[in-house]
Ligand binder design. Structure first.
Ligand code: ATP
Length: 483
């Protein structure tokens, strides 16, 4: 596929295109919208569905070592106790005004330090005072925990200032049954992963598969984020595509590398440019409690680099925690080696909405033509919502009949749209803006003279004339030129 040379710098351009062309709308817009909640329109729903299907194909159906799962959003509250979400999601948190990064209040220390030039106030994130002191090279004049600071203008380790602390549990709470009573409290899942752990035995026993194998699912997750934003990048309701790969404790590191590379290749295969992708290995101090090692796949969004996916080595943490709390043995017996162990887990956790956003940002392109600025989405054809548009030159009866036949023929094979409204130029523009790879134009010559139609290529705008009897083969060849 010809690479896009344009780099989107202004996210608002994409937001307005998305609204105009039915890709993504603000939620409940007639009531003024709901902050950071978005709806996929008729075009967007197809793009997102394609991304999810391609993920499912690569991570599940094309392999024989991964099983699918579709678990409920509501789960037993003990799931979140064992996973740590009930405890670790409810600390008093402070937030950096610049980056939105949140810190546990009790992990921030305020120091006055003497540098060569001046005395200044800084903050350090550390689990105790000694660790905070060890992190500072300058002379320390004073050190206090954040909760003892009298100032309302404390610096953040990230460069901004820190908000007031707030007790914050990221999980959305609701109640099962008619009475709002705490015994019936349940949570909307904040990740899809836990369903794979609590179903580990069910899948193992029903599939009779040996380790290593994986369980994958796609679905909605909910987090009451303090600072959502950047369009669909960070929202409170979002969709995840996660896979838990169960392996022996001896093979965790090689499988971790394998899934990092597999995921990166997946993004590249469907069109994200190399220069906009990077792998970022987490420092030891950013690792969550369950992880031995994690790497993010990041994309260069219009505002900065941002995470698309984290591939974590979750060790045996989750299975052991669920084993302990449920009292069910979740270990595995390796018959070949006569050895019992709790499997280690490698988790590629990808966001569906963030991936869609990255594909849209990467595909967005503006080109100067003689007459105008042409806006187009250079989407990979497998992601494009419509593959072919059939465009009769006018609404003449003969043209319509001929074009309808052409449409029926193509639509049985490729997602096709029929459009006979407005001028042909406007229709091309509309198809360019939703990323349709090919337009098939039917004119009077088609009907009256040569039984041929014109195929127009989205990226090059080149047109070729093909006999309608050979149209499907010609479309097939043309589509190949994109991938
Ligand atoms: P972040 O650091 O951006 O908050 P995270 O590290 O908490 O994300 P994970 O728990 O690793 O995210 O979730 C896996 C993936 O789910 C992320 O890489 C991202 O693509 C997606 N995701 C997580 N939170 C959100 C959100 N609030 N909105 C949209 N997608 C999200």
């Amino acid at each position: 596929m010809e690479k896009n040379n344009y780099k989107l710098k202004d996210l608002d351009k994409l937001v307005s295109l998305a609204k105009r062309r039915g890709i993504i709308f603000p939620s409940s817009e007639i009531y003024g919208g709901l902050a950071s909640v978005w709806d996929y329109g008729p075009v967007g729903v197809e793009i997102k569905r394609n991304v999810k299907n391609l993920w499912w194909k690569s991570f599940v159906t094309e392999r024989d070592d991964i099983f699918g799962l579709d678990a409920s959003i509501l789960m037993h509250p003990n799931v979140w106790k064992a996973s740590g979400h009930l405890d670790s999601f409810s600390d008093p948190l402070v937030e950096c005004s610049e980056t939105g990064k949140r810190y546990r209040e009790d992990h921030i220390f305020i120091l006055e330090v003497q540098t060569k030039k001046e005395n200044k106030i800084i903050s350090i994130e550390a689990s105790d005072e000694d660790e905070a002191k060890n992190k500072v090279k300058d002379k320390i004049l004073s050190i206090i925990p954040l909760n003892e600071s009298k100032s309302s203008n404390n610096p953040s380790p990230d460069g901004g200032t820190l908000s007031e602390p707030r007790n914050f549990n990221l999980m959305f709470k609701t109640f099962i049954g008619p009475v709002e009573d705490s015994s019936a409290t349940v949570y909307l899942r904040p990740e899809t992963a836990q369903a794979m752990f609590v179903n580990f035995l069910n899948v193992l026993n029903s599939s009779r598969k040996k380790i290593p194998f994986g369980i994958a699912q796609q679905g909605k997750s909910f987090r009451n984020e303090i600072t959502p934003g950047n369009f669909t990048f960070r929202t409170r309701e979002f969709e995840q595509m996660e896979m838990e790969f169960f392996c022996s404790p001896e093979e965790d590191e090689s499988w971790h590398d394998y899934w990092i590379n597999f995921s990166l290749d997946w993004f590249k295969k469907y069109g994200l440019r190399d220069e906009n992708l990077m792998i970022r290995k987490h420092d030891k101090n950013e690792l969550p409690h369950y992880s031995k090692a994690s790497s993010d796949i990041e994309y260069l969004f219009p505002w900065s680099w941002g995470e698309l996916e984290t591939i974590s080595n979750r060790t045996d943490y989750d299975l052991k925690a669920h084993s302990e709390l449920s009292g069910k043995d979740l270990s595995y017996f390796d018959q070949e080696n006569n050895n019992r162990y709790t499997p280690f887990v490698i988790e590629p956790a990808m966001g569906a909405d963030r991936s869609v956003l990255a594909f849209l940002c990467d595909a967005y392109c503006e080109e100067e033509t003689e007459k105008e600025t042409r806006t187009l989405l250079k989407l990979h054809p497998d992601i494009a919502p419509i593959k072919i548009a059939v465009l009769p030159l006018s609404r003449n009866e003969k043209l319509t009949e001929y074009s309808r036949n052409i449409f029926d023929k193509i639509n049985s094979i490729y997602e096709t749209q029929y459009d006979d409204t407005q001028s042909i130029g406007r229709r091309y523009r509309r198809q360019d803006e939703i990323g349709t790879p090919l337009c098939v134009t039917v004119d009077f010559e088609s009907v009256e003279e040569d039984n041929s139609v014109t195929i127009r290529h989205r990226d090059t705008m080149k047109q070729i004339r093909v006999n309608s009897d050979n149209l499907i083969e010609a479309i097939h060849d043309q589509l190949k030129s994109f991938s």
